[in-house]
Design a protein around this ligand. Structure first.
Ligand code: R5P
Length: 310
């Protein structure tokens, strides 16, 4: 097995490498002076089972090109099997036509990754599970349960806790966690009047006197979670904590979260933390390295991934 890191999330790649006790393969992924991406794998990969770890987070287009070009270099270097390990799959929210003459960019990105030469994909909590079907190669989509469950369990007893989906689209995710933890479920009926602005309308379910856990795949501007927290407190929630796998946290999101009704926000390191995230008292980051490392090991040894979630 060989592990190669793109430039998007070096700390996570190093943590996975430490978990697996497999050194990162030497590679040079750099820019020409006109900013074109160039990748050179500096060790032999002929016949190897190679995992390329790269989140297509900000700057999404640069990181995506790095991933594609690295896969191409590996394919031309005769790697036996190439797995694109994409902890955060950018463009996932563009998973359907939202109007006339609009793209399905998640599908386009899936096509690009496949055409570049990836044999399989390992990713984490896709925005919509159906994105797996955008690929005609195997996709392992890891779920948030094993990462967040131990942390949530520490915060109270099941009978006092409610898992909350901040929108209708996330109900499956919240319901799965509620089932695993044996606690209640609530849903926020969110209406987004215009792109980038979210508005909370209704809380479906009983949250009065409960410790609420908002669970989501992505926290971007923070609007969804912060508005949901206001709605939950308005309905008598005792505490509101938020758990989101991918901390996109663009613009003034970190400040918004800090001054919100949220007691805490827990994210993972699927996206490398910015300085603002690192120094924030309200945001905690849990590493995906053990889960990703274990999944990589299992893929390499042709073992079951679903066993990880039992
Ligand atoms: C939307 O469907 C996603 O699951 C997230 O809820 C959304 O991307 C969060 O965005 P923001 O933090 O900007 O409200």
């Amino acid at each position: 097995m060989q592990l190669i890191a793109g430039n998007s999330n070096r700390p996570l790649a190093e943590a996975v490498s430490a978990y697996l006790n497999v050194p990162l393969t030497q590679a040079s992924i750099k820019r020409f002076s006109d900013m074109e991406v160039f990748a050179e794998i500096l060790e032999n990969v002929r016949g190897e089972d190679v995992f390329v770890l790269q989140s297509t987070s900000y700057p999404a287009n640069d990181n995506l090109m790095e991933l594609l070009i690295t896969i191409d270099a590996l394919r031309r270097g005769s790697a036996r099997r190439i797995t694109a390990v994409i902890p955060y799959f950018g463009y996932a929210r563009q998973d359907r036509k939202t109007g006339g003459r609009t793209p399905i960019s998640a599908k386009l990105v899936a096509n690009l990754i496949t055409s570049a030469g990836a044999d399989r994909v390992l990713t984490m909590e896709l925005h919509a599970g159906q994105i797996q079907g955008f690929f005609d190669i195997p996709v392992d989509n890891l779920i948030m349960g094993p990462v967040f469950e131990p942390e949530i369990n520490k915060k109270g007893k099941a009978e006092d806790m409610v898992m909350v989906s901040p929108d209708v689209g996330g109900v499956v995710r919240a319901r799965a966690l509620a089932k695993r933890l044996g606690c209640g479920l609530a849903i926020i009926d969110k209406r987004r009047e215009k792109a980038g602005v979210s508005e909370v309308m209704n809380v479906i379910g009983n949250v009065d006197g409960k410790i609420c856990f908002l669970v989501d795949d992505i926290v971007d501007s923070g609007g969804t979670l912060c508005n949901a927290a206001i709605a939950l407190k308005g309905k008598g929630a005792k505490e509101v904590h938020a758990y989101a796998v991918h901390g996109v946290l663009s613009g003034g999101a970190v400040a918004r979260v800090s001054s919100s009704e949220l007691e805490s926000l827990v994210i993972t390191d699927s996206i490398a933390a910015t300085e603002a995230v690192r120094v924030s008292d309200s945001i905690e980051q849990i590493s995906l390295a053990p889960l990703l490392g274990e999944a990589i090991k299992r893929i390499s040894e042709e073992k079951s991934i679903s066993e990880l979630f039992k």
